[in-house]
Design a protein around this ligand. Sequence first.
Ligand code: GLU
Length: 499
Amino acid sequence: MTVRVRFAPSPTGSLHLGAARTALFNWLFARHHGGTFILRIEDTDKEREVPGAIENIIESLHWLGLDPDEGPGVGGPYGPYVQSQRLARYHDVAEALVASGHAYPCFCSAEQLAAMRERQRAAGLPPGYDRTCRTLSPEERAARLAALAAEGRRPVIRFAMPLSGETTWHDELRGEITVENRTLDDFVLLKSDGYPTYNFAHVVDDHDMRITHVLRAEEFVPSTPKFVQLHSALGWPLPVYVHLPDVLGPDKKKLSKRHGATALLDYREAGYLPEAMVNFLALLGWSLDDHTEVIDCSTLIAYFTLDRLSKAGAIFNPEKLRWLNGVYIRRLSPEELTDRLLPFLERDLPTSVPRPISRERVRQLVPLVQERLATLADAADLLVYFFLPSVEVHLPDLLVKGVPAETLQRGLLRAAEELAALPVFTEAQVLAALDRVVAELGLKRGQLFMPIRVAVTGRTQTPELDRTLVALGQEVAVARLRAAAAQLAAVASVADGAT
Ligand code: GLU
């Protein structure tokens, strides 16, 4: 058997993390078995459709590397199958079900249905269609159909659920599930607007598209008996069902907007790498063993079997994602990291920095920050002082407890002189020069290195000082030291005046 799976989102908004996890599991399952992964857009609820959602879904999958293996369109990338383009097929199947007595037209108006629900609520009964139209005589049915048609309208088509007995089905993860048929509703197959419901369309599609395994969200477990009955009415074999565990927020409630960013592409904008995201999503309900966290995509494919799925809800941990992202950033070659950082620096560096940002310059700076980045978006802040013509120095940051401002000022000036005199501006030379000044002024290294760091970057935390100075370049480093010394001169003279 060739494995064929589908990811079948409804275009009701941006693709969120939970849905991305479902897509990934289907894709990994297909890859593991050398099967086929397709994308199907379930756009039969026109009221809930959000413009741009389909594009967002396609782009999100593409970002993760989960392009479909098959679909409309010649060559790659393959487009999605789209339910709204298959309406005729759903009508044909519905007609066949009506003809075989497994479905029937329903003429109840929205008002009648609302009144019925009200009566059920008042009587403490479970909601569900009361089957009024199921028992219409053939004559009455024909007369009502004719009357509707005369108004250019169509009836709703409902499935005629068996009234007794049980439905049993096997979920690959959850085992055998049995429900009594009397608890199942005569659910709608076709709506009066001519669109099928999800309940109906996806069964037809899974059959037509020869889907072998359905890996989808846990929330569909309760409706699955209906789908099982529909398959049996149509004489179609069931696919293997696998209802995946929910993705939960840190508060153990189902992941939602409450928990912050849930749209997948927001993570792209925030500087996450798709390979880190794939690793992270894969561990939401699946595991290799009880401890391995960093698992690259080819290993995931090699080991992605259903027996490694877990039934319990998977908790989304944003700190773990951030940590994993740092791991993947450190695994990139400097050239690759440079290419990935460039668009973020273009976007995030202040407008006063001339564009385009030089790739060569970024490539030089990458080794200074590769260890420190948790996301690509961290780079602009960590590197900004390398790009600005000058830095703003917060005077108190230049001061060192127990060292007179005058000594510090002298230290900065002497450092500037020593650095300016260097014939080659290497880390070793720079460090030796600074150590000469430290010794000359009888200071400890830290007492001079901190004000120098602040002077040349405006920051108290930077990569190693010698590397930072070399990366800034001799001229810039010297100029910034002199500017900070001038700032200190003012304090130094006030202090002198006071003594
Ligand atoms: N269209 C459904 C959804 O958006 C898909 C459910 C399924 O995979 O069958 O959740």
